[in-house]
Design a protein around this ligand. Structure first.
Ligand code: 5GP
Length: 193
């Protein structure tokens, strides 16, 4: 998606440890018109799939997923919570995710009330790096007996391999910008054609 690539080039910064910072429009300040265009792009890609729920992970995925839902008939958005919460009643699907940015493992939880075997799920997240967050969400869908219909990602860092591994497993991964390389020395970012 050219608009997203242009924004990354203009406003993204490369941090140590292969972290791309896009706080100006995605991870801190939210450009809702851009989110809307992203949602429209995923709706075109996944047209014809009967999506009943969108599943994401807190926190950055939530806003993106909620705007995207407007393009999928306002289906409910569920976000996996990153720790045990007193608001949940113990009847939960649980998986474990290793966080790329925080470099530690944490449990992710979805209430059984909101996901079940009849659901056809679109997974959405802001970034795809090694694929750990998505494997956690896929694991939760498997526990629920739900079908993963596809995966919508804003920015995939293709050089970290998580996206291609998911594609090789048969998942339909639609990443709107795929970074093939980024050079912290001179700040250049190359995208997959
Ligand atoms: P993965 O689990 O695929 O290794 O990493 C994806 C998760 O880590 C995303 O949910 C995202 O929040 C975070 N993440 C991974 N790489 C980056 C990055 O370069 N920049 C930012 N802002 N978040 C990232």
């Amino acid at each position: 998606m050219k608009e997203l690539e242009d924004r990354i080039r203009r406003e993204g910064t490369i941090k140590p440890g292969n972290v791309l910072k896009v706080d100006a429009f995605l991870n801190h300040q939210c450009d809702v018109a851009l989110y809307d265009a992203m949602g429209r792009a995923w709706a075109e890609h996944f047209a014809g799939k009967n999506i009943t729920k969108i599943l994401t992970i807190e926190a950055s995925g939530i806003g993106i997923a909620c705007v995207a839902a407007r393009h999928f008939g306002d289906v409910p958005v569920i976000f996996a919570k990153k720790a045990q919460s007193i608001n949940l009643d113990g009847d939960q699907y649980v998986s474990t995710v290793y966080s790329f940015t925080k470099q530690r493992e944490f449990p992710v939880i979805v209430s059984r009330k909101y996901l079940g075997p009849d659901d056809h799920v679109l997974l959405i997240d802001d970034f795809l790096a090694n694929g750990k967050a998505l494997h956690g969400l896929i694991d939760i869908c498997e526990h629920a007996g739900a079908t993963v219909e596809g995966i919508g990602i804003a920015i995939e860092k293709g050089f970290q391999g998580g996206g291609d591994e998911l594609r090789s497993l048969g998942y339909d991964v639609d990443s709107l910008a795929v970074v093939d390389s980024m050079d912290p020395q001179n700040g250049t970012i190359e995208f997959r054609a």
